[in-house]
Design a binder for this molecule. Structure first.
Ligand code: FCB
Length: 471
């Protein structure tokens, strides 16, 4: 996709892009965002921020292996140091609290807390205990993701998510974590974005472990969802007071024309991105259209699996970033047709807040048992620079404002959205794009590890302060 961020910038109102508006962020008076129980927080993930990859008994993960493989990650970047959060966590939590953020979504590195024989690694566990206790002291709501892509390499060596046994190993890991951390976690998410783990990891190879086969993708997805379904009752047993859910990335696909073929292509895009995950979770079945798109890729499903996968959820985490405009590929599928003249981010992703609203209202119609929703990630990358000690990230401010307005519209249309986490608290290791893409509301200088609060974070903090002060 074209990297068109500078052109996009010109599409903002001049006052906003020059940063001369007093407050281009604060939601209008009638926005649901003013409700005090609408949780506003920030998100991160272990491999993207922690560093310390071989300290205190942490084992290698598939991302250590993948990022060490030449050509897989931009500029050869790895998560070896990242934001050095493993050593700087106290200051980072102070920073989060000083911004007035009410929620923090983090993930646990599986290879840090369990050895290859399934025994606990105390030092790794203690890191998360200290962190979660500190969040509790500060009154920050914790959302803990058990799997944000850093699979222990020793499990990948035995087939990773292509091996059904990995789902049972995940249930064991969940059991250990929920026994150890019960009472310190407000909400557990089993998996982050199974679509990315299955499709980018095993379907097109852009992510670790780097395999590329559609049949692998559907089988990996089945084992990921099974892992999720096995973990939910474990969490309920060990930590009854917490909320239990899963985080899915969703994509908006729109048709390039009114032709039946292009309309069908847009439908198939959303089947592949959304229904592939949400149908098994909420209806207990895979969408049959998926196998029209990828003929002959039906996964091996054992008796009872679909019932396990459809375990009732307390919440559904939704990550939303952009829309994709598609046309028919002339056969069974779709092809991307990038639109000209639209606003894009440093990733080349189109800024399209309506997509978030439309998907949320659509899910409410499709899934009668749609659980309460948290937007567990939303945000954008820009090539932010510190100038005179400040970062004026005007495009991000406008992006956040418009996406929060889309959330408000969905709420007003009857969707039960309870919170929103910015991706991300700070710039970090953006997977295959390394450190070049900056998603944080706090800037990180990787040569000094200095954190600089961006203008977007200042404005979020200002809003939260005003909301708190309201009677
Ligand atoms: C999501 C990931 C997250 C981050 C954002 C930009 O797919 O969950 O870790 O990389 O994209």
């Amino acid at each position: 996709m074209a990297n068109d961020a500078s052109a996009a910038f010109d599409t903002l109102s001049p006052a906003v892009s020059k940063g001369s508006l007093a407050d281009p962020f604060t939601p209008p008076a009638d926005s649901s965002l003013w409700r005090k129980n609408f949780l506003l927080g920030a998100a991160t993930a272990s491999y993207q921020i922690e560093g310390a990859v071989d300290e205190d008994g942490r084992l290698p993960s598939i991302w250590d292996t993948f990022s060490a493989t030449p050509g897989k990650v931009l500029a050869g970047d790895t998560g070896a140091v990242a934001c050095d959060h493993y050593h700087r966590w106290e200051a980072d939590i102070d920073m989060l609290a000083s911004l007035g953020l009410e929620g923090y979504r983090l993930s646990i590195a599986w290879p840090r807390v369990m050895d290859a024989a399934g025994r606990p690694n105390r030092k790794g566990l203690d890191f998360y205990k200290r962190l979660l206790n500190r969040l509790k002291e500060k009154g920050i709501t914790s959302f803990v993701t058990l799997y944000h892509w850093d699979l222990p390499q020793h499990l990948e060596d035995r087939g990773g998510w292509l091996n059904r046994d990995t789902a049972y190993r995940f249930a064991d890991y969940t059991d250990l974590m929920s026994r150890e951390l019960a009472g310190t976690v407000d909400a557990w998410a089993t998996l982050n974005e199974p679509w990315c783990s299955a499709y980018l990891g095993y379907g097109n190879g852009h992510h670790a472990p780097g395999l590329a086969n559609d049949r692998f993708a559907t089988q990996a997805m089945h084992h990921l969802l099974l892992a999720h379904g096995l973990a939910i009752p474990v969490l309920r047993g060990n930590d009854p007071a917490s909320q239990k859910g899963i985080v899915a990335n969703i994509g908006r696909g729109t048709a390039n024309s009114d032709s039946a073929a292009d309309q069908r292509a847009a439908h198939l895009f959303e089947v592949q991105h959304n229904a592939w995950i949400l149908d098994p979770l909420l209806k207990g079945e895979y969408p049959q259209d998926l196998f029209e798109l990828w003929p002959g890729t039906e996964p091996l499903v054992l008796d009872g699996d679909m019932r396990t996968i459809a375990a009732p959820l307390d919440f559904l985490g939704i990550n939303y970033y952009f829309r994709t405009n598609v046309a028919s590929d002339g056969a069974h599928g779709f092809r991307d047709v990038p639109l000209e003249g639209v606003e894009r981010t440093q990733m080349g992703w189109e800024v399209y807040p309506d997509g978030l609203r439309d998907l949320l209202t659509g899910f409410k119609k499709t899934y009668r048992n749609l659980p309460p929703i948290y937007i567990t990630e939303n945000g954008m990358a820009s090539d932010d620079k510190v100038i005179d000690g400040h970062v004026d990230d005007a495009q991000r401010i406008s992006f956040l404002k418009r996406h929060l307005a889309a959330v408000d519209q969905a709420i007003k249309a009857g969707v039960d959205v309870r919170g929103y986490f910015l991706w991300s608290l700070m710039d970090n290791f953006e997977w295959a794009f390394g450190y070049e893409r900056r998603f944080g509301v706090v800037h990180v200088d990787y040569s000094t590890q200095k954190r600089t609060v961006k203008r977007s974070a200042e404005l979020v903090a200002k809003f939260l302060k005003e909301r708190k002060a309201r009677v």
